[in-house]
Design a protein around this ligand. Structure first.
Ligand SMILES: Cc1ncc(COP(=O)(O)O)c(C=O)c1O
Length: 383
């Protein structure tokens, strides 16, 4: 048993302790376009499997853009703000007036809460789902109605619809959903939106869009728009693009709705570094595709390891996985923490489930080694 952080680092091997990425797939083939080996650990020595970030990013080209933007840090990036808005609009084939940039998509969620909610108004959202909007809805004085996910971990749209009234001015749909990494079928969402009261806006949070793939089950509401003024789609640069630390997200909606929201956005909410980094990230299509491939491999390997232990995680359409451990999640969170691994927070009411963000192969090997050290009898963690 490894008792100290240094011992644990040693147990990962010298290369890993120095933060080297392992550029080999399980089949022994070189990951041809494996990104630069940035250190996987923060200075505190923790392996971070708790933030659903891109464990490999940013790409080398984005890193270069970050470095070369340093000289512009003394200026407000107002021209660049306009340029980036146009660049994002172009990428989605919408007008620049349909795009609102935010300090992370978290700012967009805050803006949506203050633009559409307030005292006497209600937000309806799933339980569990990402909590950002819920906090701001409360701050705006709104009631929040929670509807449990279905047994298949989709949004329970029938129950959400049954609770919707004229005072429900906002519905939050996270697809793929955080923390379950599950999808709500596209057709069901279309049907749901068409039946909502005319005064109900819908935020569709597509933070994990790139990992969901295209299928009958899933299509982005930006790529296949409903042309419905009530739909606001949010995206982020914190996931596949690998720049969570630089804070950039955005909304796509009708010019009228974006205009309404813009009033609540922070002035100068975007920094001089991220405008350059984001433009480079959008241009670096190969890197995005490579990150998606790496995630597919890492996700598959997670499921292989889980199956070898007779565990059954929820089918994942994102860069994280949730699974039932049949033990209090808090005990597992603490077990991993003691072993220098941070996994996702608790997500009530799924109190025996843990959420694991996919890390690099060596980080995931550390995860499974630590899993195997759990003091529970094996059969007590299986279905
Ligand atoms: C579904 C979802 N939306 C929004 C966010 C916020 O992301 P950011 O503010 O970094 O864009 C997160 C972060 O994990 C998330 O999971």
């Amino acid at each position: 048993m490894i008792t100290s952080r240094r011992g644990f680092l040693r147990s990962l091997g010298a290369g890993t302790a120095a933060g080297m990425a392992v550029p080999w797939t399980l089949t022994g083939t070189l990951r041809a376009t494996a990104p630069e080996p940035y250190p996987t650990r923060q200075d505190d020595g923790f392996i971070r499997l708790n933030g659903n970030e891109n464990a490999y990013g940013p790409s080398a080209k984005v890193a270069e853009a970050i470095k070369s933007s340093i000289g512009s840090a003394n200026r407000y990036p107002r021209m660049e703000y306009k340029g980036l808005t146009e660049r994002i609009a172009g990428a989605h084939k919408v007008k620049p007036e349909q795009v609102l940039l935010g300090c992370g998509s978290t700012e967009i969620l805050r803006v949506a809460a203050f633009a559409f909610l307030g005292s006497g108004k209600q937000l309806i959202q799933a339980s569990p789902t990402f909590e950002g909007l819920e906090h701001y809805a409360r701050a705006a004085g709104s009631e929040v109605i929670f509807i449990r996910l279905t047994p298949a971990f989709a949004h329970d749209l029938a129950s959400m619809l049954a609770r919707a009234s004229a005072s429900t001015t906002l519905v939050y749909i996270c697809n793929p959903n955080n923390p379950t990494a599950s999808l709500t079928p596209r057709k069901d969402l279309e049907n749901f939106i068409s039946k909502l009261p005319a005064s109900t806006f819908v935020v569709i949070d597509e933070a994990y869009h790139h990992f969901a793939g295209q299928s009958v089950m899933y299509a982005s509401f930006i790529d296949r728009s409903l042309d419905d003024e009530r739909v606001i789609v949010t995206r982020t640069f914190s996931k596949v693009y690998g720049i969570a630390g630089l804070r950039l997200g955005y909304a796509v909606a009708s010019p009228k709705v974006i205009g309404q929201m813009r009033k609540f956005a922070t002035e100068d909410n975007i920094n001089a570094i991220v405008t350059q980094a984001a433009a480079a990230a959008l241009d670096d299509v190969d890197a995005v595709n490579n990150f998606i491939r790496l995630n597919t491999d890492d996700r598959q390997e997670f499921f292989n390891q889980a199956m070898a232990r007779a565990l059954k995680p929820i089918d994942s359409h994102a860069n994280f996985v949730m699974m039932n451990t049949f033990h209090p999640a808090e005990e597992l969170i603490q077990h991993f923490r003691k072993n220098d691994i941070l996994i996702g927070r608790r997500f009530p009411p799924m109190d025996t489930y843990i959420r694991i963000s996919l890390g690099r192969p060596e980080e995931m090997r550390a995860f499974w080694r630590t899993w195997d050290m759990l003091p529970y009898p094996k059969h007590s963690m299986q279905h």
